[in-house]
Design a protein around this ligand. Structure first.
Ligand code: HEM
Length: 293
């Protein structure tokens, strides 16, 4: 029974990771073919943020990333010890990272409840626009329905799926760490611990899959925010906005109003003037200088 459960767990894990790889391929090809990459990476049409991301959640996010990588790598080695001799060291890595992730998760949940609860509150409006967001991700819809900092799917993933999955990973993990204390009530500690191990592994595969999808969407949908999150790019502060808007005015002056109107008509939702100017510039680039390829 347990042997066949373990085989099923491996099959499910392989299927989940395969689905995440497929998701990456679809997003990369879809963004390339639909021209979204060009609009984003070339013309800078990234989502606009009206608030600066505070340092504290960024720091916790960074620590989570480090711990999750340590847990995923050491966990995979615990299941598939492909290189002998590393077992004791690897186990210690998993044990250190598991305490760290539990502590940071509790801190982040407390912070979310008391400081940025609004960002994760799922509203009726979120439910309403969720299918639109999903269609956008599936390349059926051209525009992304921007409502608040996170869309409904992001709120559900960051605010509920990740913490719930991590909590179950912590419970099943601690059941293996302290089997008597956690599983004594079952009357059969050894088989309960073996079952906890299968569940822990399957949930680990699920959280790795959700994380891979999360990384993919952060990369294709909001690369600048991803860079900001890891401190690799500066956020716009108020004084930067003045400079930014001055640049906007210069671009707006170059727009041919009739062509901009035509372009607006072709789209489901109007673009702002700067975006229109950038699209027009792409359609009608300045002539190349002689002698240059
Ligand atoms: C959240 C707190 C966590 C705790 C308390 C925990 C604890 C544990 C423990 C005690 C083991 C058994 C170690 C051994 O047999 O030497 C284990 C195994 C494992 N852990 Fe975790 N872990 C946690 C999170 C994670 C996460 C986030 C992942 C993946 C992203 C993960 C992946 C794994 C895997 C793949 C195994 C091997 C399971 C198997 O042998 O089938 N763990 N974990």
């Amino acid at each position: 029974m347990l042997a066949s459960l373990n085989v099923w767990a491996d099959v499910i894990a392989a299927g989940l990771v395969g689905a995440a790889v497929l998701f990456w391929i679809v997003q990369l090809v879809g963004n390339g073919v639909s021209g979204r990459f060009r609009q984003k990476f070339r013309f800078g049409q990234w989502p606009e943020h009206d608030e600066v991301i505070p340092v504290f959640p960024r720091l916790i996010h960074f620590l989570h990333v480090v711990n999750m990588i340590m847990l995923a790598v050491s966990g995979i080695y615990i299941r598939f010890p492909f290189y002998p001799g590393l077992k004791p060291f690897n186990q210690q890595v998993h044990y250190i990272a598991m305490w760290a992730v539990i502590v940071f998760m509790i801190i982040r949940i407390v912070y979310a409840i008391f400081i940025d609860r609004k960002a994760f509150t799922f509203t009726k409006q979120d439910a309403k626009v969720m299918p639109q967001a999903m269609m956008y991700y599936m390349f059926v819809r051209k525009h992304y329905p921007h409502l608040s900092k996170y869309n409904g799917m992001q709120k559900l993933t960051y605010g509920y799926a990740f913490p719930v999955l991590l909590t179950f990973l912590a419970i099943t993990g601690l059941s293996m760490f302290w089997p008597n204390q956690f599983l004594g009530w079952t009357g059969s500690v050894a088989s309960a611990a073996a079952l906890a191990r299968v569940i822990h592994f399957t949930l680990a595969a699920l959280i790795i899959t959700v994380t891979l999808i999360h990384i993919c969407l952060s990369f294709v949908e909001d690369f600048p925010a991803l860079m900001i999150f890891f401190g690799l790019r500066r956020q716009y502060w108020e004084e930067d906005y003045d400079e930014y808007y001055e640049e906007d005015e210069e671009v707006e002056e170059q727009i041919d109003p009739r062509r901009a109107e035509q372009l607006d008509d072709q789209l489901d939702e109007p673009l702002d003037n700067v975006a229109v100017a950038k699209v027009l510039a792409a359609e009608d680039p300045p002539p190349k200088k002689k002698g240059k390829n």
